[in-house]
Write a protein that binds this ligand. Structure first.
Ligand SMILES: [Fe+2]
Length: 233
């Protein structure tokens, strides 16, 4: 999906004195060039119940993700990151511009998080190529699930746990706040959000139960396999 900025249907100074050239330069050329937009969820808000409630998705997608989109667009305005791709913004702002990085990182993470889940997902039915690689690099599917959950449980405070491809191998990692494997030289193929806004309504303080439900009932392994194939190219 990409958006393009149309040319104005008249010169920038054609509406003066009622709307100045300067106003149109700012309003059209800069403000219209919004980088981030909130995508619709790829399923209904109640489609992941009982493992993730409608209320959680209403807050998490409609409010939290929207805030990252809006705050990100505001933070990017007038910086070197305007007009760049999301991956370029995430990597380029890491360690340099926290306001841009935190919101761009979380926008990237959530864009994928919605796709990494589906109704009746999870379980052990993993597409062949990916399953073989998981067994080769991480021991077994059961061990991968156990270690992924453990990474999420032991991430102190807000953050994410991941399956990521790095140097041709799949590794399990965890990161704090809005960080992700992109800024550590890897390519994320699966991530689980362990910020409290992702589970507190449904699981209260039981983060391990949330991670187990994510693995057993929610993961969209077909989407993970697609990202794995792309990461190995
Ligand atoms: Fe989140």
């Amino acid at each position: 999906m990409s958006f393009t900025l149309p040319d104005l249907p008249y010169a920038h100074d054609a509406l003066a004195p009622y709307m100045s050239r300067e106003t149109l330069e700012y309003h059209h050329d800069k403000h219209h060039l919004a980088s981030f937009t909130l995508p619709d969820l790829p399923y209904a808000h109640d489609a992941l119940q009982p493992y993730m409630s409608k209320e959680t998705l209403e807050y998490h997608h409609d409010k939290h993700h929207l805030a990252y989109v809006n705050n990100g667009n505001n933070a990017i305005k007038g910086t070197e990151f305007e007009g760049k791709s999301l991956e370029e913004i995430v990597k380029g702002s890491y360690g340099k511009n926290p306001a841009v990085f935190n919101n761009a990182g979380q926008h990237y993470n959530h864009l994928h998080f919605w796709q990494w889940m589906k109704p009746n997902g999870g379980g052990d039915k993993i597409p062949g190529n990916l399953e073989k690689k998981i067994i080769a690099d991480l021991g077994s599917v059961a061990k991968m699930k156990e270690d992924f959950i453990q990474a999420g449980v032991t991430q102190f405070g807000s953050g994410w746990c991941w399956l990521a491809v790095k140097d041709g191998k799949i590794a399990i990692t965890k990161t704090a706040n809005g960080e992700n494997p992109l800024v550590h030289g890897g390519k994320p193929i699966l991530g689980c959000d362990v910020w409290e806004h992702s589970y507190y309504i449904d699981y209260r303080n039981r983060r391990p139960d949330y991670l187990k439900a994510f693995m057993d009932h929610l993961v969209n392994w077909e989407h993970v396999a697609k990202m794995y194939d792309a990461a190995m190219k």
